[in-house]
Design a protein around this ligand. Structure first.
Ligand SMILES: [Zn+2]
Ligand SMILES: [Zn+2]
Length: 161
């Protein structure tokens, strides 16, 4: 992973404004939620990291409290409402590699990132990478040329559970 990313620290209000501006302009942008000591931030704090791809800019909102509830509406705004599966929705089977990572996450051994082909943190530029930072095993990754929809939905359900 090419990290930590260089980023500008912003307030939550500034983060929301940035996400809204990207969405309103139809520009490319995506976000990551990061726990303490995540490779993307290298920070002891939690963060929501927003990459404004068309500007080549990265901003981060840092906090000590859980940030998933504050990230979710921004994820829907930037990634689309179907990016967060409903609780009752059936999922296609995920890949074996990502299922292994999911088992590690359920055991509390680490956390996921979904890295798209233009993500600055992606160790495989131009490809999709599902990456798992395992506290014991190090970085696990699964890279594919096509968007791995079943894997992504499994991971998003775990992240936003
Ligand atoms: Zn991380
Ligand atoms: Zn990214």
């Amino acid at each position: 992973m090419r990290s930590p990313l260089k980023m500008t620290e912003v307030t939550y209000a500034e983060l929301v404004a940035k996400a809204n501006a990207i969405a309103a302009a139809g520009a490319r942008g995506h976000l990551h939620t990061t726990p303490p000591w995540c490779l993307i931030t290298g920070s002891p704090r939690r963060a929501i990291v927003l990459e404004a791809t068309d500007e080549g800019a990265v901003v981060g909102f840092f906090d000590d409290q859980p940030i998933e509830d504050r990230a979710k509406p921004l994820a829907i705004l930037l990634h689309g409402a179907d990016s967060v599966p409903g609780d009752g929705e059936e999922l296609q089977p995920a890949s074996a590699a990502v299922n292994t990572m999911a088992d590690r996450m359920r055991a509390g051994k680490g956390h996921f990132h979904i890295l798209n082909p233009v993500c600055l943190a992606n160790p495989n530029p131009g490809r999709w990478t599902i990456l798992f930072e395992d506290d014991e095993l190090g970085v696990l990754e699964s890279a594919t040329a096509e968007r791995p929809l079943a894997d992504i939905r499994l991971v998003e359900r775990l992240i936003y559970a």
